[in-house]
Every structure is written in structure tokens, then in C-alpha cells.
Design a binder for this molecule. Structure first.
Ligand code: TXA
Ligand code: MG
Length: 342
């Protein structure tokens, strides 16, 4: 696999990657959320290579990435007013819209659904690449299925080396968590299927009432976004959420030590001051008051601690507001996968 330059991508690399994509290859590229693994969304053979490289279940649909709204209109059967509002306020950016599909999309992109998830990423490399390829790019996060999403080209390399044509390295991504998936197939009931880079509060300001998919609140409902039901975001070692009560947190830390665990702590500067001495390895999430920092570092932290001598990760909870809702959604999924209680 070629890594197409480090940190200072050049127009020739975009051209090279676009040629590979047109020829039906898969290439990883940066977006403002996480790295995506792209293929021509109109080429079924190419799209299948994404599923194969990631080991992704094939009923889990892919988001298509467009470089402008005209391109988007070729793939949706109608554009409700609500979608126009979201586009006007948040595109390019981290909100994927789910609408009824039309046009020559490869069947695997939508995993058998009549709907398609579309977004326009807020990253010059991604936009230039889509433009140069001339077709929308189907792109899930560029990790092996189940692992934390990649926020650097290194993460992509760790998971997919030898399985894809190349990576365009655009440096670390900014948001660090994936886009919000907003279902607008019933425009009267805009529904968040996956919280992400654009917050519930921001969407409410623009759309009025916004719903949150019931399974996100009540785990007994089947998720409407097929990807939400699988193992996700998990390192190989267990992840636990650090209790917010200080005495309870200290109890957990000493209990894990007694059990012979090597503790990796994923916490803010403030909690590191309180508990750092009881841990073996610490990865900082930045300042507690700036949840955007925690969001942008979460996946890197999970991956780094996984590679460290730590045998268990204890991660800090943030308030589920703004980007904190997406942060907690990912952290809870990373933690619930093993479902071992402390
Ligand atoms: O920020 C992001 O969204 C990144 C970057 C690369 O754009 N992409 C990403 O893709 O996170 P992926 O495949 O890892 O997650 C896509 C999510 C899945 O939960 C999938 O089930 C859901 O979007 N999704 C895609 N199309 C859908 C559809 N038609 N209806 C419901 N959910 C859909
Ligand atoms: Mg993903």
C-alpha cells in the first residue's frame, strides 16, 4: 500500500487517488470528522471492496460524500425544506442526511434500503478528491470493523495496511467523532439516528423539534441505523467508564489494582490531578471544560492505551450535551461491548 505523502498532500496526489478511484480501487482520505475509506459510489465492484477491506457486515449501509448540492440532488428522490435548511446551516460539515434514494447508486451502498445517507465533508482534501473523481464517494470510517475510528493516517495504516490502494494523509482530523446521522425521510419528524459532530441543540435551533432514535435512549428497541447494532469503537482491552463520584472512582481503581490489572486512564487534566497517581498509564483528554478536545482525542486515546502495557481502560464521562452526547454514545458503546460489570 502506498501512503500518499505525509501531512503535506499535493494536487498530484489527489489526481493519483482520483485515478485509482475511477479505476475501481479504494483509497482512504481525511475528512473533518474521521478518515473515510472511499470508493466510487456508482461502482458495485468497487463498493464491495470497502466491505471486504473493513470486514464490515454487508447490511450496514455507507454514507455517500458529495462535493456540492447539485451532485447530491442526482441521488435523492426529493429534497424537503428541512433538508434544505440543514444544508444551508451545516454543509459542508458533519451532518449526514438520510433521504429516499434515486439514481445509479451501487446496490451495496445502501445495504438493501430505499434510503441513502449523504453528506458534504468540510475538508479541502475530501472535496477536491470528490471533484476530481467526478462521482460521489461511498465512505465509511477507515477502520477495521469494530475498532475505534481513525483520526490519523497512522490509525488507518494500523488497521488496513495491505488491504487498500492508498491513504491520503491530511494530518489529524479536527472533530474526531463521526458525523451526526439525521433521518429526514419523514420531514415532519427529523430524527437523530447517530449523534455526532453537529449537536442536537444546533439542529433544534434550525429545525425546531428534533427527535432522537428510541434505541439510543432505550436499548431494547432495534436501531433504525443498521450500523448502530454492531460491536463498535472498541479496543481489544476492556473499557470502563470512571464513576463520577470521587470515592466510587477510587474504589474502582484500587479494586482493579488488587485484581492485578494495569490501569490505563483516559481523563481530563483535572481528573488526572485527582486520580493519575492511582493509574499506570494516562492519556489526556485535555481540559474538562472543553469537551471538543475530549471528542477529538477519544479514539486516539483508546488506540494508544490499547497499544500500551495497560490491561484495562478507565475513561471519563462527560455531560451528554453538545458534542458530549456523541462522545458518551461512542464511549458507552466501546464499554458495553464486553458488558462486564466491575
Ligand atoms: O463522519 C462520518 O460520518 C464518517 C466520515 C468518513 O464521513 N463516516 C462514517 O461512516 O462514520 P460509517 O459507515 O462508519 O457510519 C455510517 C453510519 C452507520 O451507522 C450506518 O448504519 C448509518 O450511518 N447509515 C448510512 N446510511 C444509512 C441509511 N440509509 N439509513 C440509516 N442509517 C444509515
Ligand atoms: Mg464507522
Amino acid at each position: 500500500m502506498t501512503t500518499m505523502k505525509t501531512n503535506n498532500w499535493q494536487p498530484e496526489e489527489i489526481r493519483e487517488a482520483a485515478e485509482a478511484l475511477k479505476a475501481g480501487e479504494v483509497v482512504a482520505f481525511p475528512t473533518e470528522t474521521v478518515y473515510g475509506l472511499g470508493a466510487d459510489a456508482t461502482n458495485e465492484t468497487a463498493v464491495r471492496k470497502i466491505f471486504e477491506a473493513k470486514g464490515r457486515p454487508n447490511d450496514n449501509p455507507l454514507i455517500i460524500h458529495v462535493s456540492n448540492v447539485t451532485q447530491m440532488k442526482q441521488f435523492v428522490s426529493s429534497l424537503p425544506e428541512e433538508a434544505e435548511k440543514v444544508i444551508a446551516h451545516f454543509w459542508p460539515g458533519s451532518c449526514t442526511i438520510v433521504l429516499n434514494k434515486k439514481g445509479p447508486l451501487a446496490p451495496s451502498v445502501t445495504g438493501g434500503l430505499d434510503t441513502v445517507g449523504i453528506r458534504m465533508p468540510d475538508h479541502s482534501v475530501a472535496l477536491n478528491l470528490i471533484e476530481a473523481t467526478g462521482v460521489p464517494l461511498a465512505a465509511p470510517s477507515a477502520n477495521s470493523s469494530g475498532r475505534p475510528s481513525p483520526t490519523t493516517a497512522h490509525h488507518v495504516h494500523d488497521d488496513l495496511d495491505g488491504k487498500i490502494r492508498g491513504i491520503i494523509d491530511g494530518g489529524p482530523t479536527g472533530v474526531g467523532l463521526e458525523s451526526t446521522v439525521l433521518d429526514l425521510t419523514d420531514p415532519e419528524k427529523p430524527t437523530i439516528l447517530r449523534p455526532g459532530g453537529v449537536s442536537y441543540e444546533e439542529l433544534t435551533e434550525v429545525l425546531g423539534t428534533v427527535y432522537i432514535d428510541t434505541h439510543l435512549k432505550d436499548k431494547t428497541h432495534a436501531p433504525k441505523s443498521p450500523g448502530m447494532k454492531y460491536r463498535h469503537y472498541s479496543p481489544d482491552i476492556p473499557v470502563y467508564i470512571l464513576p463520577e463520584d470521587k470515592a466510587a472512582a477510587e474504589d474502582v481503581l484500587s479494586k482493579l489494582h488488587t485484581q492485578g490489572e494495569t490501569i490505563g486512564l483516559l481523563v481530563s487534566v483535572e481528573l488526572n490531578e485527582q486520580f493519575g497517581h492511582m493509574a499506570d498509564v494516562v492519556f489526556s483528554l485535555g481540559e474538562r471544560e472543553i469537551p471538543q478536545q475530549a471528542a477529538s482525542r477519544l479514539y486516539d486515546g483508546l488506540r494508544e492505551l490499547d497499544r500500551s502495557p495497560a490491561t484495562v481502560i478507565l475513561a471519563e464521562a462527560y455531560s451528554p450535551e453538545g458534542i458530549g452526547l456523541a462522545y458518551m454514545n461512542r464511549l458507552e458503546k466501546a464499554a458495553e461491548w464486553l458488558d462486564r460489570s466491575l
